[in-house]
Write a protein that binds this ligand. Structure first.
Ligand SMILES: Cc1cc2nc3c(=O)[nH]c(=O)nc-3n(C[C@H](O)[C@H](O)[C@H](O)COP(=O)(O)OP(=O)(O)OC[C@H]3O[C@@H](n4cnc5c(N)ncnc54)[C@H](O)[C@@H]3O)c2cc1C
Length: 292
């Protein structure tokens, strides 16, 4: 008997997770749920809790490494329309946790909201970005959030106000099980000016990222006043590889997966690179990618 009897219309078993992450790596999850409303979300989380299964929410998979053995529990995707809508009221933008960052950025640009254009070209969802406080030199997503609705592991829906949240470099206090939606507030500019800035940033960012069809991850956090890219370049890690995983020749803070790559190759390259940086620069790099 499955722990999700009666919820079969939203829960699949033994689903490969490779197609759902930017590295295209990793084994299957025991269960994958795509709830269509908050009641179903609460129900699947409750059933997993009763069955003693670990639960994770997966956004766009742009900041996770799924082990080769997969995930022995329930993975939830907030990709149904209930969790992927946006609405605008004055200077406020409300977005579901499953809204793609690209959509969030373009809605904000259309409205002339200043700031989100800084995130153009970064893959992810609003929930994933708030969980890790996705950032660029121009700003971080946590800076604009006023309120967040979250689901706790105990199955409770709570609202967090601005003064109950903290964001710092690649860190967020929003660590509940699921970020269901969030309300952002922005200063206004003209839509034309925002779109112009966004187009310029997009061209620069795309020229530094791996090519669109290359499975990849953005690997380390910035450290000690320098960007991870600067630290890695100085330590001469360009050209390093482990099995099917290589350091990108466009930016050493991206690792690219080639045919035959595995999650173990990724972790081995992480160790090699960390050791070389420590030996040559004395800096202990911290992983940005969330290893499940
Ligand atoms: C080409 C490329 C460029 C990148 N550039 C940048 C960059 O410039 N700056 C930067 O900061 N990052 C960058 N990243 C990393 C990544 O894009 C961001 O961290 C992104 O915001 C992750 O969002 P996601 O939805 O893909 O999260 P996922 O990878 O799906 O998840 C990341 C973590 O968040 C959790 N999570 C996901 N959704 C939710 C939710 N709704 N509620 C609660 N928890 C959730 C997951 O459980 C996981 O622990 C880049 C990645 C790539 C591949």
């Amino acid at each position: 008997m499955s722990p999700f009897d009666g919820l079969d219309h939203i829960v699949q078993t033994d689903v490969p997770l490779g197609p759902f992450n930017s590295l295209r790596l990793g084994g299957p999850t025991a269960f994958l749920a795509v709830p269509t409303c908050s009641a179903e979300l609460i129900a699947v989380v409750g059933r997993a809790r009763q069955a003693g299964l670990p639960v994770k929410v997966l956004g766009d998979g742009a900041n996770v490494l799924i082990p080769s053995a997969g995930f022995p529990g329930l993975v939830i995707q907030l990709s149904a329309p209930e969790f992927t809508g946006t609405s605008v009221d004055g200077q406020r933008l409300t977005a579901g946790g499953g809204v793609k960052l690209a959509h969030f950025v373009s809605v904000a640009a259309r409205e002339g909201f200043k700031g989100p254009e800084q995130l153009v070209g970064i893959p992810g969802t609003v929930g994933g970005a708030l969980h890790v406080n996705t950032s660029t030199v121009g700003g971080n997503i946590g800076a604009w959030v006023q309120q967040a609705t979250v689901l706790t592991a105990a199955g409770e829906i709570l609202t967090r106000s601005r003064d109950q949240m903290n964001f710092s470099y690649r860190q967020s206090s929003l660590n509940e099980l699921a970020i269901v939606s969030a309300v952002f507030e922005f200063e206004r500019d003209s839509s034309e000016a925002v779109v112009r800035r966004m187009q310029k940033l997009w061209i620069v960012r795309k020229s530094k990222q791996p090519l669109l069809d290359e499975p990849c991850a953005y690997v380390f956090k910035d450290q000690g006043g320098a960007t991870a890219t600067q630290v890695l370049t100085k330590a001469g890690i360009q050209g390093l590889k482990s099995g099917g995983i290589e350091v990108s020749d466009r930016d050493p803070n991206f690792f690219v997966a080639r045919p035959g790559a595995t999650s173990d190759h990724f972790l081995q390259l992480v160790q090699m690179v960390k050791q070389q940086v420590l030996d040559r620069s004395g800096i202990e790099l911290e992983l940005s990618v969330d290893v499940w």
